[in-house]
Structures are given as C-alpha cells and as structure tokens.
Design a protein around this ligand. Sequence first.
Ligand SMILES: [Zn+2]
Ligand SMILES: [Zn+2]
Length: 206
Amino acid sequence: MPASQKELDVSESNPLIEEPTFCEVHPSRETSLRCNKCGRLMCADCAVLTPVGYRCRECVRQHEDKFFNASQYDYAIVFAACAALSGLAGAIISAIGFLFLVIIAAFPVGGAVSEVALRLTQRRRGRYSGQIAAAGVVAGGIIGGVIRVYLSYGSAAAELARRAPGRDIPVLPLDTALTTALSDISLLIFIGIVAFTVYGRFRMRI
Ligand SMILES: [Zn+2]
Ligand SMILES: [Zn+2]
C-alpha cells in the first residue's frame, strides 16, 4: 500500500478528525450544533434558544403543545370577551376623542381586557390565543366606534326633529357610519395599543 493511501485511511478512521456535518433542514449549511433533546443537526436559523439550551423547532413545538391547553370553546370565550370589552371601551374612548388621554388609557385597558379574558378561561391558553384576543379587540373596537357614531347621530337627529318638527331625517347608512368610525384616529390608535397589549399578554409563557 502506498504511503499516501495509508495516510488517507488513517484520517478516515481517526475519530479526532470530524467529517463535516450539515443542518437537517438546510443541507447546504455546515453545522455541528445538535438539538439537546432529539439530537438532530441544526443550523443557527433552525436552532431555538430555550431556558434548557438549544433545541430544534420541532421539539420546541412539541413542548408548547403540552403547555397549550385551550379548547375551541376557550378561543370563543376569549374572542367574545375581548370584543365586548373593547367595544365598550372603544365607544367611550371615541366619545372622549382626546388623543393624549386615549393613549394613556389604552395600556391599562389592554391589561384589564386580557385579565378578564384569562380569568374567564381559567388562564388556559392555546397557540392562537394571542391572535384571537387581538382580533376580538379590533372587531369589538370598530363595532364600538360604529355604535358611538349612531348614538351621536341619533342625538343630533333628535335635536333636529325637536327644532324642526315634521322634517324628514334620513337614516345613517352603515357604510357611512363605518367610514366615520374608521376616520377617528384616536379610536384607531386606541384599538391598536389595546390589541398589541392583549396579544403580548396572551403570548407570555407564564
Ligand atoms: Zn429536537
Ligand atoms: Zn437549518
């Protein structure tokens, strides 16, 4: 056997010289990092840093599935509670319409809305609780704003009817009410902050 061939054999069997290894999801990326649970090779993009070390996305997901215990029923309660409370708060807020106050009020309102929704569902959460809670806040807030538009239109119409009896007062069309509600910047900012706060609260791990 020639000397060079022999050297090659030695290098192949030598455990100190490691073969390059690659990410199991991205075969072009060289890595030696392994998931500390299942042992699969993973690149920096695939690795998730957890309190117990680096894990692959699959193991993290499996762990979360054990943690998430919300049912479809809980999702419905979360959506309904967030929509109802945000609707009420949105109607009040758009009646106030004072931007600075709206921003200050939005964070505690978001905290209170999520606390109520969490208590109603015995703090059960699911993978989509954050999104569902935020969607409830947005839907409820817009409906609250529309209701407020109708209430103020109604009182203006009543005032007009009192001053000019017998005059025909048209019913406010829904799309006009919706456009009016959505052009209320302080209401939109309020809904945004509350949705953001609620989403963050539901995404929290503990
Ligand atoms: Zn793993
Ligand atoms: Zn990868």
